[in-house]
Design a protein around this ligand. Structure first.
Ligand code: AHM
Ligand code: MG
Length: 336
């Protein structure tokens, strides 16, 4: 039988690639992998929520899904607290950052920004959802971490990735040396290296956008969408529309099959919907590591210095030439 490489083995084998790593990052990544397995287990039985009975729910439609958000958040926070390698966490689920105050965490080198369960509106329809995570080296000294540790530009990311809970569950991550994907074998409970060195395909023909917002999009985005519709076999157009409405799932498919993901601003919400710190930046890190590009329509996402934990940003990610094409349509406008 071929030797299978588990996530844990891989993390340890590759830890030398990270400058200054002494094992803490490996343990932190491993903790995220373990928490993801618990979350995966709960997601797999989400359809049974009403039958099995979730504590505190009254069979109200949607309540179990809300619980799953909370469950995932708690699971990741508890894993990071227990692991002791993380000093503070920014989560989509919490207004304020969580400062882990105990003697071990106070000495931890890292902080984590996480969206524990993204695309949660899709749970009740049994559609893929995901977790998005990123790890930074803290900038404060030992003691209590603070928000400045998390408000760093994406260029400071030490490791980032996502978990997709789909027809298979996969964990995809990078420490800045390429992107690798691991598929969970549920029978043995191990993430196994299944997608080594993921790169965007050279040519893509998928575009993923919530086109129902078309009328509200900036003119440049409308023009780009019109460009996607044009019949031009030489450039593989018209492109194929694929939109799940779970960013992780849309990004993952486009990474493997070749496509661009767009979440532009609109007149009503000029910054779009997605959150810079824990949705856009980790995905931008993966996109770049896979040979692609991620921008807010004008600026490289990883260069943007966040002002606040929950700030939003327009988001375009995919193969470089596809993202650059959108940018050509946005060059003469202030809207993105
Ligand atoms: P959420 O954080 O509330 O789950 O929202 C984020 C999700 C993304 O996964 C997805 O790309 C986007 O919202 C879809 O939004 P829309 O329904 O506006 O197309
Ligand atoms: Mg989210």
């Amino acid at each position: 039988m071929k030797h299978l490489i588990t996530l844990t083995e891989f993390i340890i084998d590759r830890q030398v690639e990270v400058k200054g790593a002494t094992g803490e990052l490996s343990r932190l990544l491993n903790d995220i992998g373990i928490a993801a397995k618990f979350v995966n287990r709960e997601i797999n039985k989400a359809g049974l929520a009403d039958i099995l009975g979730y504590e505190g729910t009254d069979n109200v439609q949607g309540e179990a899904q809300k619980k799953l958000d909370v469950y995932a958040n708690n699971q990741f926070i508890n894993a990071l607290r227990a692991g002791g390698q993380c000093a503070a966490i920014a989560s989509e689920e919490n207004d304020e950052i969580i400062i882990l105050d105990n003697p071990v965490s106070n000495k931890a080198k890292y902080v984590v920004a996480i969206d524990p369960l993204d695309g949660s509106s899709n749970i009740e329809a049994n559609v893929s959802i995901g977790t998005v995570f990123s790890i930074y080296r803290r900038i404060t000294d030992n003691g209590l971490a603070n928000v400045s540790d998390l408000l760093q530009p994406g260029t400071k990311i030490v490791a980032a990735g996502y978990v997709i809970y789909g027809s298979s569950t996969m964990l995809v991550y990078s420490t800045g040396h390429g992107v690798n994907g691991f598929t969970l074998d549920p029978s043995v409970g191990l993430f196994i290296l299944s997608h080594p060195d993921i790169r965007y395909p050279a040519a893509g023909n998928i575009y993923s956008v919530n086109e129902s917002n078309y009328i509200h999009f900036p003119e440049g985005v409308k023009e780009y969408i019109n460009y996607c519709h044009v019949d031009d076999p030489a450039t593989k157009r018209p492109y194929i529309t694929r939109y799940i409405g779970s960013m992780v799932a849309d990004i993952h498919r486009n990474l493997l099959l070749g496509g661009i993901f767009l979440y532009p601003g609109t007149k009503k919400n000029p910054k779009g919907k997605l959150r810079l710190l824990y949705e856009c930046k980790p995905i931008a890190f993966i996109a770049e590591q896979a040979g692609g590009k991620a921008t807010d329509g004008k600026r490289r996402i990883l260069d943007i210095h966040p002002d606040s934990v929950h700030q939003r940003s327009p988001f375009y990610a995919g193969p470089s030439y596809m993202v650059e094409k959108v940018e050509t349509f946005l060059v003469n406008t202030s809207e993105t």
